[in-house]
Design a protein around this ligand. Structure first.
Ligand SMILES: Nc1ncnc2c1ncn2[C@@H]1O[C@H](COP(=O)(O)OP(=O)(O)OP(=O)(O)O)[C@@H](O)[C@H]1O
Length: 229
């Protein structure tokens, strides 16, 4: 996926983010990092085509490429159970019933959600809602995952399960763009980073590149982030 955002905002004339460009390659995990209000979610909404006032180009990298978006705030239908949400997503992406059933069963067990498969998500805890959103993404096995802050609300076990699944998807060839504040995890799992601050790209590249740009050769991602923002 190639992303080039010249400018984007929430109203006409609002240049909330400017000159942000990056690539997500097959099997690659790109971390989108930056302080609160920096423009990470705005970047994601822009590349999804959700902002009306945007000058941007996004190429998925092929006519049949698919993507799944996992939002920061869970979005769900009040009247559909967890299983019905999975069924609906599978239908929307054209999965066969057999593939849907087998994959959905596996995900329910991997995320420890079998007991609540027939429950309405309105009664789920924050972490359970987050798990549902992640399951909906993993179910459809897209070419590209766009994940907005997945870690908040997940317990350590769920975080581990999520990271294991993400790793398997990358081995399958899926590319991932993930925004997060959890910098120690990001440092361990991301191949490269885009650091956004005040609506602009302030650093980009591998951890080594970011260290060079921060002038801190041995530093953690957190210390580079601190220096560059
Ligand atoms: N719907 C909106 N309408 C107007 N302004 C918005 C809207 N959503 C976000 N903004 C503004 O755009 C700027 C960037 O916000 P954004 O949500 O992209 O930040 P973020 O980097 O994702 O932050 P966080 O880490 O807190 O989630 C902020 O100044 C915010 O107030």
């Amino acid at each position: 996926m190639d992303v080039y955002i010249e400018e984007a905002g929430y109203e006409a004339g609002d240049r909330r983010i400017t000159n942000i460009s990056f690539q997500v390659q097959q099997g690659q995990l790109l971390g989108l990092i930056g302080p609160n209000g920096a423009g990470k979610s705005t970047t994601i909404k822009t590349l999804l085509g959700l902002l009306k006032h945007a000058k941007a180009q996004v190429k998925l990298g092929g006519a049949n490429k698919s993507y799944a978006y996992v939002p920061e705030q869970p979005v769900f239908y009040e009247d559909l159970t967890l299983w019905e949400h999975l069924d609906l997503a599978a239908a929307a992406y054209g999965l066969s019933y057999e593939t849907f059933e087998a994959t959905a069963e596996k995900l329910l067990s991997q995320f420890g959600m079998e007991q609540v498969r027939n429950d309405l998500p309105a009664g789920f805890s924050k972490g359970m809602k987050q798990k549902m959103m992640l399951m909906l993404g993993f179910l459809v096995q897209p070419d590209i995952y766009i994940v907005d802050e997945p870690f908040i609300g997940l317990d350590p076990r769920a975080t581990k399960d999520f990271l294991r699944l993400l790793e398997a998807e990358r081995r399958r060839g899926a590319g991932v763009l993930m925004s997060t504040h959890v910098l120690d995890t990001a440092e361990k799992i991301c191949d490269s980073f885009v650091l956004i601050s005040g609506g602009r790209m302030t650093a980009t590249g591998t951890l080594e590149d970011i260290r060079t740009q921060a002038g801190l050769p041995e530093a953690s991602l957190f210390d580079c982030f601190d220096e560059l923002t």
